[in-house]
Design a protein. Sequence first.
Lengths: 401, 163
Amino acid sequence: MSTDPDYNPHDDVAALLREIPLPPTRITTEHAISMGRKAIRRRRRGITAAAAAAVVAATAGGFTLANPAPRPAPVNLPLHSALPTPSASPSPVNLTGWTVAPLPLLDGTVATVAAMDSTGRYIAGTTSGFKAIVWDNLSPRLLPPPSSTIDDLQVVNVNSTGSVVGNAAGGGSSGYAWVYRDGAATKLPAPRAGGRYLARDINDRGDILGWSERSGPILWRATASRTAAPTVLSNVDDAYALGDDGSVGGTANDGDHPVVLSPTGQARRMAELPGKPGGKVFAISGNWACGWVPADTDSNLMSARWNMTTGELTPFPSVTSFPVAISASGAFLAGRGRFGSKVLVLPDGTIVELPTLSGSPLERGTELDAVAITADGTMIAGNQSGLKASSRIPALWRRSG
Amino acid sequence: MNAGDEREYAAYVTARLPALHRAAYLLTGDAHRADDIVQATLTCLYVHWRRARAADNTDAYVHRMLTHQFLDEKRLAWSRVLLGLAHRDRPAPAFPFEDHHLVHEALRKLPKGQRAVLVLRFLCDLSVEETASALRCSAGNVKSQTSRALEAMRSLLPSRSQT
């Protein structure tokens, strides 16, 4: 999507939305007519929809419907009302605190960084030829593919042992998750319900978080057999982040409440703003989770951070975008910068703009897409992008001093 | 409903079902929930077909019904119970997700309201006013949500011209 302020997004957004592949549907015109006729008969008999539903639920059971399992009641954590300390300056600051350098590339490749492990040793991404690439201490190498037939491949994350997770399609498969570990890339076992399934995160002990179109959030546990189907996370509606201790961050009911699953699988609702329930957890590091909570209206949002021990919520009203990654000290990356670039938000709320590769101020048409930060908050991996594909440069920012 | 009305309804549903299914899937991000709200919408449409057909913009009327089904979780639960259908497996679509996967993942991360605004305005081609009516909010709110949703999508997606 363009960042030009004069750009009309209609056609571009519509095209993007129309290109998303659809799963099969069980709805047909004939069935719609049949259900319509039944509805009219019910109305004529004077049976209320609620009563009819209760009878059906009580007598039939066993429908193959989504999310039928009861969920444990979540626990509300104490709410923290204090806002973050405002930045000393009203504008982004601290251009001098960071340096940046391009990542070395293999001859003839164009690559995009997608992830970095918590130590900064491994950085992972995808090349223009649908191959996975890993920089190990800044030295690049291509990974073997998970299949001999690849129509598309994407890297999602990498952990501190160099294991990489991603998604691929091809060979008749409609989309599957894969993992690179112990020198080989393999397809992850499919969920029992089948269908398309994707990887979303991997932690340092090797647990892999994913999502299945038929089962929702799923988890391949490091302790389970490598051929075992993933566990369905039935007590969270969607999940995006996996902590190194096995905590899972996500949401209840599509943004109605931010939720963290403990390592033992207990759902815990994160604190929410008084009178403005809602939110999602997108990233976890150490004792911190980050995501969004509603802002000035029900549907507008701002970045938020939760202390997972105390449940304390810290909203960031000046950061009206999504956080994408968080360090163990609570600093996070979010899309707040000029022309859509990511910035670093320090624990006290100070916003830090990252420098460009040339050292000159950010210009329209150039975007700094930071995607990952180390646990100690001293390195940030991402890409500097220009208007042409060839101008996309994988980069590593380091804190100086 | 008489036979003529039912033929008209069938023709309309046959023509519009793919678009309704797409809108529902993008709103919910879940194949089962999408089927639930499409089925509930079509059932409601059958019951109120004459009123829908007489509307100035039948598509907008139906999209409003679909959106209400999406936003109203109580109705959603009701429709799930009524849907005692066995799932029929069909060939899965191809899945080239260089852009598609990223767009869908980005959409899933949006709050319901922002996602609904994007789908209704840009996929369903509803006007600001029609979108406001469907979402039971003001036109100003639709505009501000659209702006924020686009900003959020920009932050989550690389520029298309760069890929």
